[in-house]
Design a protein around this ligand. Sequence first.
Ligand code: BG6
Length: 482
Amino acid sequence: KEDVPTTIVVFGASGDLAKKKTFPALFHLFQRSLLPKRLSIIGYARTHMSPEEFHKRVTSHFGEDVDKKSVANFLQLCTYFSGKYDVADDFRSLRKEIEDREKKMKPGGSGNRVHVYYMALPPSMFVDVATQLKNNVYDDSCTNRLVIEKPFGHDLKSSRVLSKEIGSLFEENEIFRIDHYLGKEMVKNILTLRFANVFYEAVWNRHYISNVQITFKEPFGTEGRGGYFDEFGIIRDVMQNHMLQVLSIVAMTQPQSLDAEDVRDRKTEVLQRILPIQLEDTMLGQYVASIDGSKPGYKDDDTVPKDSITPTFAQCVLHVDNDRWRGVPWVIKAGKALNEAKMLIRIQYKDMPNSLFPNLARNELVIQVSPKESVYIKTIVKEPGLSTNLAMSELDLTYKTRYHDISIPDAYATLILDVLNGDHSDFVRSDELDEAWRIFTPLLHKIERERVEPLPYEYGSRGPEGAYQFVEDRVGYKRTGL
Ligand code: BG6
């Protein structure tokens, strides 16, 4: 690999995202010698901090048993710079800092330089910072990469305004919009499963698949971030982005190549074939205190208005209107404060045609993204032994069992490595983002305009009453137990 002098500036370096995700991911890559050899990392934030305070902060999430020497070596690459987000002088000083540190890097390697600007910031600051960067720091003799995090706007209109403003400062190929679900092992694996195995792809269509369900469940509520959450709700928080991204990879046709633009073209095509989601095909919920009262309800949080109608649970049924999927219902379901932590994709196949066996259950392929990475196929077998009955079993690839000595990296490590390699495949392109908002914006506006009341469900339960029936009625889902 080319050894390119690289500078990473992390804006919002004193914040939670930087502490919990960005710096641990950088350290993870450093430990595996995956960072460029000539590297400078600059943390930038408003807070005044000594280098020691900064170091303490960024290492606080490195884990208990890290190698102290490695941490010390990593910290040698990191410095802190305190500045405002809208003051030109501060950005000019930042530029000087970048240049000074670049001069100190060992000479050699190619002449190219890479500057990565990582915005671990609230979205309200993206444009200010991008503007300051462009006017005072941007150096067109090097490769510039701007990394931003959701939320990218609030609806189609605000997202377009944001895209336009950022797009007037940075080229699309300089922008990396993070959707961290795209960096997850099992999400990255979908493409391989589908396009490297003949037996999946051959039956990956409406002739064999009855319905697809993508489910996201968290066992905790929004305590501590009620203020943020109330403005967004579950649809904007995880459905419009993470779940739709996963859906588009499950539904896409094979790209011409693994090149980022080819992959993203195919994903965008899927989104273009989804009609805006209707309220009639949606169920909304909001959690109340647990039955035993030990867990608070959503509105018990002081930062949440008492009359809030923000959904913390939602499920919708949608269709991808193309030859491959016409007639197949897709369900996306997401909820906070439910009974378990789980993110999975469940593909239910159709009934076996001309079956020799009466009342057969259906096959299912399940890709579990978290907490336990696994792929399993619900498969009917003869009950072992002298019996000739049938039994439901699984062809089971659980990663912990099969790959027990491999540690699966956090999604952020994967994505930061992609940024350093300039690979856009797992980042959201502006047209994909636009389509995702087009699908949800009319529904979101209707909910807000008509103040649609979400159904209550208890903290720790399986969701609002009737949630499972709602799905079964709409998709003809058949339980697979025999
Ligand atoms: C974030 C949402 O994007 O994703 C959170 O804002 C959610 O509400 C989180 O908890 C889930 O991510 P993960 O990686 O923990 O499944």
